[in-house]
Design a binder for this molecule. Structure first.
Ligand SMILES: [Zn+2]
Length: 54
């Protein structure tokens, strides 16, 4: 199944083994974020939170 990362806009082919496959198959309009971007997002989110605490 082809999905497009909403963050970098790249198309990815995901298999049934992908953790988000069932979610995306059931609801094709649900958001897909590739591993690279989700790592970046969780990383920057953590940094933002840490900054807010200071
Ligand atoms: Zn991406």
């Amino acid at each position: 199944m082809k999905v497009r990362c909403m963050t970098c806009g790249k198309e990815y082919e995901i298999s049934k083994l992908h953790k988000d496959y069932n979610k995306l198959a059931a609801n094709p309009s649900s958001v897909f974020i590739c591993e690279k971007c989700s790592k970046k997002i969780s990383h920057s989110a953590r940094r933002k939170k840490a900054k807010d605490h200071k």
